[in-house]
Design a protein. Structure first.
Length: 572
């Protein structure tokens, strides 16, 4: 029976010691992709993805228009009056009825036959529009009571602030979009813009002629290429003559493959230029002699103008954009080569100057091929992959969440940090870079920060008090914390009220340094005294060094001990 009791006692001490050691040592802060996203106070070119791992991860954003400050499409940040970005349809809203122009200059209407797809199928951002191939047009009465045909997706200028607003004189412009055709049969209509300019009379006393100039921009499939026709769109300076232009690409558009199409007009030279996947395919001039140097015909938008997208087209479209300028031919990479960056807000590790030991990370790289997410996963080490996609992780510390005097410290995940990163607050930054061809992005799933908390030391154990003549002898077991710098003895003549003033060593509490035995002399015989002891460390200093100065970081009390000094009791 005695052996069982003894065994139980040994196990009790073991588990008590295990708990204590667990509490004293390092601590770990875990931040997964979703948590990082929520505490990020700065993010540029970064998006949250849900289809790579079971938990959300952070990747480079494919929607350059929302993140890249250097992109021409980033002009959406400017005011409507100053921005050369006239219209942006990202199709990221998830449902066709929610499609909208990010710039707010155009109204968007969709038919029930229209569908939307998610990021697995989109070229950029979180969605794209899916056209079924059936025209499914309906009709509605326009403001001039004429029958106007609407297609699966119709876009109309909200007011004259839009580039294609009623009666606007258009100078430079650019149209661009991504296309993913199912088959691309002849005659499939990708884009149509229609309008009309009322007839004019040379005699101002007469009413305008009822004859109108029909205007049209038509982009359709022809022999696996896209053909652009401009009818009644380019007008002479006196607006009495129009010029029809047709321009066709040279490169075949491959079905079930994303391709980028951009057509732009220079009002100074009259050059109309068509590019596919970043390469110029055809050039024409809106001049009578169809060469540079002649009189330039420029566009004037007529009345009741509208864009009809996807009439008879079967496939996907993404990022339909209109610029009021000669926009650069966009980079064709899925992920912008400049990558992205995320910085967290200040993370509070708790009172004191905590020391960061290392940062662990899990993540990898991912790409989307044929609507399937392909990923490679790894933990720790340098996140540099053979295709040159990579992530770099930085950390810095401070005792002030609004002032960061410490420079960013580059870390290799899983490797102890070289140098010192200390502070109550830390901040983490991650730079993301895509592969050399821009088709692969690194992703970050989780960060784990291991640090040594600058917490007050644990209380000493087994405090005992032995009464003697005019004094009490105290003894205790040292605090298990290695950062303990000394002990404070609290005493008083009332339980839980340690404001004693009788001791020769001074009023309560008494700093006894690193001793774990002390005699408190000068006490009154016959008075019952109560004692507790607390360990302390120093705040605001290196956790591994010995310091004799600094503000004390006082831990919790030990258990209470009591003793009554009596005359004639000698020291033991």
């Amino acid at each position: 029976m005695k052996s069982k009791v003894y065994l139980f006692f040994i196990l009790y001490l073991f588990f008590q010691g295990s708990v204590s050691l667990f509490c004293i040592g390092e601590k770990t802060l875990s931040l997964n992709g979703d948590a990082l996203w929520k505490i990020a106070n700065y993010r540029m070119g970064i998006a949250e993805a849900n289809l790579v791992r079971s938990n959300p991860v952070l990747v480079i954003s494919t929607s350059d228009t929302a993140q890249n400050p250097h992109s021409h499409t980033r002009e959406v940040l400017k005011s409507a009056e100053e921005s050369p970005l006239d219209m942006l349809l990202s199709f990221d809203e998830g449902r066709p009825e929610n499609f909208r122009d990010t710039n707010g200059r155009y109204k968007v209407y969709s038919l029930p036959s229209l569908s939307a797809v998610d990021s697995r199928y989109a070229r950029t951002g979180t969605g794209a529009v899916l056209f079924t191939g059936s025209n499914n047009n309906t009709t509605a009465a326009s403001r001039n009571s004429k029958e106007t045909t609407y297609g699966p997706l119709t876009v109309q200028a909200h007011d004259r602030s839009a580039l294609f607003g009623e009666n606007n004189h258009i100078r430079d412009f650019t149209l661009e979009f991504w296309l993913y055709p199912q088959n691309l049969e002849n005659g499939e209509q990708i884009l149509l813009w229609i309008s009309s300019i009322p007839g004019q009379s040379t005699d101002k006393s007469q009413r305008p002629s009822t004859a109108s100039t029909f205007q049209r921009i038509l982009c359709l499939a022809s022999k696996n290429r896209l053909q652009w026709s401009f009818n009644g769109f380019f007008l002479s300076p006196d607006a009495k003559k129009s010029l029809d232009l047709t321009i066709t690409g040279k490169t075949a558009v491959v079905p079930k493959t994303w391709s980028h199409h951009l057509i732009r007009f220079d009002a100074i030279t009259g050059m109309l230029e068509y590019a596919v996947n970043g390469k110029v395919e055809a050039i024409d001039y809106a001049t009578p002699n169809r060469r540079e140097g002649g009189e330039v015909y420029t566009p004037i938008a007529g009345e009741d103008g509208m864009f009809v997208l996807g009439g008879g087209f079967s496939g996907l479209m993404d990022e339909f954009i209109i610029h009021g300028c000669i926009a650069p031919i966009s980079a064709m990479q899925k992920y912008p080569l400049h990558g992205g960056r995320l910085e967290t807000a200040a993370i509070d590790l708790g009172d004191g100057s905590n020391g960061v030991l290392k940062v662990d990370a899990s993540g990898g790289r991912m790409s989307i091929k044929n609507a399937r997410t392909v990923s490679e996963y790894k933990r720790n080490g340098r996140f540099l992959f053979p295709d040159n996609s990579e992530m770099q992780i930085f950390i810095r510390g401070s005792n002030n969440p609004y002032r960061w005097d410490m420079a960013w410290h580059s870390v290799t995940p899983g490797v102890d940090i070289e140098g010192t990163v200390i502070g109550r607050y830390i901040q983490i930054a991650v730079d993301f870079y895509p592969s050399a061809d821009g088709e692969t992005s690194p992703y970050l799933e989780e960060l784990r920060v291991t640090y040594y908390p600058d917490e007050p030391p644990l209380p000493p154990a087994q405090l005992t008090a032995i009464a003697i003549d005019g004094a009490v002898q105290l003894q205790w077991k040292n605090s298990p914390d290695s950062n303990t710098r000394g002990y404070l003895v609290y005493y008083g003549s009332i339980a839980d009220d340690y404001f004693g003033e009788d001791a020769a060593l001074g009023i309560s509490p008494i700093d006894v340094g690193k001793r774990n035995t002390v005699t408190i002399e000068g006490l009154k015989n016959g008075t019952l005294y109560y004692f507790r002891v607390a360990a302390y460390s120093y705040k605001g200093t290196d956790i591994t060094a010995e310091y004799q100065t600094g503000s004390r970081h006082i831990g919790e009390f030990s258990r209470e001990a009591r003793a009554r000094p009596l005359p004639g009791i000698s020291k033991r």
